[in-house]
Design a protein around this ligand. Structure first.
Ligand code: AMP
Ligand code: GLY
Length: 435
């Protein structure tokens, strides 16, 4: 079949690589893609928010399956657009309907959903401009640090963690009274701070059955030792050793199963990925308990770059089973090895950075996978930088140190003026103790 993948990052390059390896895939298109995706797909210049244009392309090119990478088209209702179109409703669209996408699109909806279905998460309350005074009072009932979250999508910037109550009050005022994050902060969720270590768990669901994909951990800050500004992700590893069988059983019983059941019970049509951001918190008996920090309705970036290379099963078969509601009959085989991804970024990122620098050394990488993010080809076909996060290197090995070493050695060979990467991805997991 012909398949269209929407997106342009390293996440989509990792997905495109996997999809293109399927015996069921005749031709893979990616919109808009990047310089790397041309190796395994045909790049198409389409705006992924223009559903009419996407629908026309799908019909014109006999596309049978559309896989949605980022959340924005899902929150804007691409699944509903396809479902309601006589020409498109049989196309297998992998991604939830807009009401399902509210799990990511509205923090308040997600929190209420978890409360309705008894899914462990931090205690919280939601406030608007009208009851901001109650918000100030609620802050006084909490211990620092204070966690403030804009209800809507705020390009990953809508969560503030503050140590000082006056600062927390001021930020609440800015979000609600001064629209600090525009409409996204019309409502603000204030929640209890959870102390622990984060990880990401991914689920593929057909709305009734599910498969739990390999766990992963991402590294968000620009600086080594997890310092400095937040980024779109500087690296990831999969699996996460502390997410052992006992912990994953708790995740499945307390979180994954009730989430999928809850969606079905609420009549929400959900065929796609659920990304569950978890905090592992030490319980009184010394074991780890999972709490949901957030839901996303897509795969993670850069987690996909370490999770997808570990999936051995045919991903298009899994997607087909997802569409058909038959995931219980599909199998998911996972590579036992560890994957480590290191992201190479432009000098200055996540603030101001330069684009258009020629990249060298890519052809020297033999043992690792390279997934492009912000790259493009210049007029002579040479690959140049075209974004802050430029490309990532993923390596597999029987051990985490082995995978990290391979990725760091490969990262060192890839060069452009001012390229930067973190050398400490995964190191925290090697000396982990949770208190
Ligand atoms: P979110 O956008 O909800 O993922 O939040 C961004 C980041 O803020 C998360 O990845 C966590 O590191 C942190 N965070 C969010 N909620 C909490 C919480 N309740 N307790 C501790 N950290 C949190
Ligand atoms: N890695 C976090 C995210 O994709 O949102």
């Amino acid at each position: 079949m012909n398949i269209l993948l929407l997106g342009s990052g390293a996440r989509e390059h990792a997905m495109a690589t996997k999809i293109s390896q399927s015996t069921r895939c005749s031709q893979l298109f990616i919109a808009p893609g990047n310089a790397g995706t041309t190796n395994c797909a045909v790049n198409v210049n389409l705006n992924i928010d223009d559903f009419d244009a996407i629908g026309k392309f799908v019909v014109d090119n006999d596309i049978s399956m559309v896989v949605v990478g980022p959340e924005a088209p899902l929150v804007a209702g691409i699944a509903d657009f396809f479902a309601n179109s006589p020409k498109l409703h049989n196309v297998m669209l992998i991604g939830p309907s807009a009401d399902g996408a509210r799990l990511e699109g509205s923090k308040d909806f997600a929190k209420q959903f978890m409360q309705r279905h008894n899914i462990p998460t931090a205690a919280y309350a939601t406030f608007s401009k009208q009851n901001i005074k109650e918000g100030f009072k609620y802050l006084e009932t909490l211990n620092p640090p204070y966690v403030l979250k804009a209800d809507g999508l705020a390009a990953g910037k809508g969560v503030l963690i503050l140590n000082d109550i006056d600062e927390a009050r001021n930020e609440l005022h800015l979000m609600l009274d001064e629209a600090k994050f525009g409409d996204a902060s019309n409502n603000v969720v204030i929640e209890q701070f959870l102390k622990g270590i984060e990880l990401s768990v991914f689920v593929l669901t057909d709305g009734k059955h599910y498969k739990i994909l390999p766990s992963a951990k991402d590294y968000k800050r620009i600086g080594e030792g997890d310092t400095g500004l937040n980024t779109g992700g500087m690296g990831s590893v999969s699996p996460v050793a502390f997410a052992d069988k006992q912990f994953m059983q708790k995740v499945e019983q307390r979180i994954v199963a009730p989430t999928v059941k809850g969606l079905a019970k609420e009549g929400i049509n959900y065929k796609g990925f659920i990304f569950i951001g978890l905090m592992a918190v030490k319980a009184d008996d010394g074991t780890l308990d999972p709490y949901v920090i957030e839901y996303n309705v897509r795969m993670g970036d850069p987690e996909t770059e370490s999770v997808f290379p570990r999936i051995k099963s045919d991903i298009v078969e899994l997607f087909t089973a997802t569409w058909e509601g038959e995931l219980n009959h599909a199998s998911l085989d996972v590579d036992e090895r560890t994957a480590a991804c290191v992201m190479l970024v432009a000098n200055g990122y996540p603030e101001k950075y330069h684009k258009g620098d020629p990249i060298s050394g890519l052809e020297e990488i033999k043992e690792s996978l390279i997934f492009h993010a912000g790259t493009k080809k210049d007029d002579h076909g040479a690959i140049i930088t075209n974004g802050g996060r430029v490309l990532c290197v993923t390596s597999l090995d029987t051990t985490l140190p082995g995978a990290l070493l391979k990725s760091l050695q490969a990262a060192d060979k890839i060069k452009w003026k001012g390229r930067y990467y973190r050398h400490d991805i995964g190191q925290d997991l090697l000396k982990l103790s949770i208190s």
